[in-house]
Design a protein around this ligand. Structure first.
Ligand code: WT7
Length: 634
């Protein structure tokens, strides 16, 4: 069994060992899994190319570790506990044995439809058990899964399908969200219409009784592809460094990149971090409210918990349906022991009033997690007092799509917690702060750029189809380091607080968005000449999207025009990227070399237009007054 730290003393001991002798430490964790062939070399790495190989030469299948070993040891234990959108519908309990059978059937169905090792399968689905089953079925046969969040538009879906040359898309007919059924298959049809030449087959899971278009030349129903298949599907032999999945995420350039994770290291790290960060104990019910379309859902709804033999809950719906007590009602109903959510959800529910959590018995909750963005003090205290009743430690977990698992976090009941601080590195994780010149910032009570100086097993291996980009973004900025893109502060006791992105990436409700990506979308509008997007503090979303636009034939406040811009962004990316604020201007502040001065735009968006300092060196200093005036009018 993967080790679990039980005391502060042990944390210090394990941390020291894991950094003094990382290979021995990770080798010991890796030995607790089922391997088809042991590895020859624990770690081979250099951050120049970069080339990172964990458990090289080892062979395994991650699903044997998620499913077979638990199905054998405790077949009737609940693996997935599924809570439907409709509160009056019955929850589904899927045991480890049943999950193994369902995954095997699906895997055989994929094979029967031409999917083999190395093929890419895109998922575009709501939070239904079939999504987890499909993802694991890919892993079973060595196909690479690429889950696309079902809120992305047809264009965004097509971009991701094409970047990975996916051979198949698996979707649902509709997504049940609150009182609405949102068409999902229709978006897939639209994406195919835009052009996805690599796609041969679309598997459609029937989630509602509503009709959807169905083209028998390439569509096939999930139940027809899967239901009659055999429950026996041998697990494909995978090399430790074979690709397990791709997950697209935004960066500071316009095009999202496919972050590549591989089998062996990802397995070892997600299991180790899950067991330790959530202090999961046998019999506990664990609930992470994330969507599987993001890395949190991959690592801490599917892989980490199942590798640990845990009961992991999946929730189909939204936190406010049928009322803002839904999360707390579910916690009471299923006696949830570990609850993991995002600051944006905490703030939104906090705004609905204390009467909602007060209606329910939340005494089963032992550990509460936060992820995705910095958690502000007010939300931290509300979470601590109103949900945890001061008795359930909060783990503010810092990590990224690229890190694969949680890297900086308190350990509940073991280390201390401090509001807004992710605090301490996990065993094997060596964070450092650098100044802009790349010089190490030493000592406490300091700030700098957050980098990691030594590999950990679940780190990014490449960006799909473009390894150079992986180097440029993460490894070239500072020699010998993985650069996170975040700025951080270290307090007097060495705890780390992650402040936020230092690049042109904004974090909207815990979703990462490239400002260039949103600008590209806005620029698709026929009347837009130029645009500049920045983030600004938003009470619920953390950061909101603020767009400055130069437009043909539009000036000042123009609600119809602003709405038409939002529609274009929704079409190009999806509703999550719609600008909250739109200001139409006649020019943008630029440097003499023609670069947009985002610093000025950020200040104005934050309502700090009176704190701009000297702007006389700009190419067009006169524009600043106009931008300020128009911003104050929206
Ligand atoms: C970015 C990564 C990790 C899964 C969800 C988001 C920010 C994440 C924290 C935290 C402060 C955080 C960072 C990071 N972030 N967790 N606990 N405190 N900031 O994954 O989309 O890859 O975004 O989210 O800025 O770089 P992601």
């Amino acid at each position: 069994m993967t080790e679990q730290i039980n005391s502060l003393e042990e944390y210090h001991k394990v941390y020291a060992e894991s950094t003094q002798n990382p290979k021995a430490f990770w080798e010991r964790q890796a030995k607790t899994f089922t391997w088809k062939k042991p590895w020859d070399e624990t770690l081979n790495w250099e951050f120049e190319t970069p080339k990172i190989e964990w458990f090289k030469g080892g062979q395994l299948n991650i699903t044997e570790n998620c499913l077979d070993r638990h199905a054998k040891a405790s077949p009737d234990k609940i693996a997935i506990l599924w809570e439907p959108n409709d509160p009056s519908a019955k929850a589904k309990k899927i045991t480890y044995k049943q999950l193994l059978d369902e995954v095997s059937k699906c895997a055989n169905g994929l094979k029967a439809n031409g999917i083999k090792k190395g093929d890419v399968v895109v998922f575009y689905m709501p939070m239904v058990p079939e999504l987890a089953i499909g993802v694991l079925a890919c892993a079973r046969i060595g196909a690479i899964h690429s889950v696309v969040f079902a809120g992305f538009s047809a264009q965004a879906l097509a971009d991701r399908v094409n970047d990975a040359s996916a051979k198949m898309i698996i979707c649902s007919d509709y997504n049940k969200r609150g009182a609405k059924n949102i068409p999902v298959k229709k978006v897939v049809d639209d994406a195919l219409h835009l052009g996805c030449p690599s796609v041969e087959t679309v598997i459609v899971h029937q989630n509602t009784a509503e009709n959807c278009d169905f083209d028998i030349s390439h569509d096939i129903w999930w139940h027809e592809a899967v239901n009659d298949q055999s429950t026996d599907c041998p697990a494909e032999t995978m090399n430790s460094e074979d690709i397990l999945f791709i997950l697209y995420t935004s960066g500071s350039t316009g095009k999202p990149k496919g972050v590549v994770h591989t089998c062996g290291g990802y397995m070892v790290y997600t299991c180790y971090s899950f067991k330790n960060v959530f202090q999961y104990q046998e019999g506990d019910v664990y609930w992470c409210t994330a969507d599987i379309g993001w890395i949190t859902g991959h690592s801490y709804i599917i892989y980490g918990p199942l590798l640990s033999g845990a009961t992991t809950m999946m929730f189909e719906g939204v936190p406010t349906y049928p009322n803002p007590g839904r999360f707390w009602e579910i916690c009471e109903k299923h006696k949830v022991n570990q609850f993991y959510t995002a600051p944006t959800a905490i703030r939104a529910l906090m705004a609905c009033g204390n009467e909602w959590p007060e209606k329910y018995d939340l005494s089963s909750i032992k550990v509460m997690g936060s992820v995705g963005e910095p958690i502000n003090e007010e939300a931290w205290h509300w979470y601590d007092q109103k949900i945890g009743k001061g008795k359930a430690p909060i783990v503010d977990t810092w990590w990224q799509t690229e890190t694969g698992g949680i890297l900086i976090t308190p350990l509940p009941g073991i280390t201390d917690t401090k509001p807004t601080y992710a605090s301490y590195p996990m065993p094997g994780v060596q964070p450092v702060l650098l100044d802009a010149q790349g010089k190490l910032v030493e000592g406490n009570n300091t700030e700098g750029l957050l980098c990691i100086k030594y590999p950990w097993p679940s780190m990014i291996r490449s960006t799909y189809g473009d390894h150079q980009r992986c180097k440029n973004v993460y490894f070239a900025p500072f020699k010998g380091m993985y650069f996170t893109g975040d700025g951080a502060r270290r307090d007097e006791a060495g705890r780390i607080r992650v402040i936020g992105r230092v690049d042109d990436v904004i974090n909207v409700s815990g979703h990462r968005m490239g400002t260039a990506e949103v600008e590209n979308a806005i620029n698709e509008h026929k009347n837009v000449i130029e645009s500049a997007v920045v983030g600004y503090p938003h009470p619920i979303k953390g950061e909101g999207i603020y767009a400055y636009i130069i437009a043909d034939g539009h000036q000042g406040e123009d609600t119809a025009f602003a709405e038409s811009v939002r529609e274009v962004v929704k079409r190009e990316i999806g509703p999550i990227a719609k600008p909250d604020q739109i200001v139409v201007v006649t020019g943008l502040p630029k440097t003499r070399s023609g670069k947009i001065m985002r610093r000025i735009l950020r200040k104005i968006a934050a309502g700090e237009g009176d704190k701009l300092g000297d702007v006389s060196t700009l190419l067009n200093p006169e524009i600043v007054e106009e931008v300020k005036r128009k911003a104050s009018e929206v």
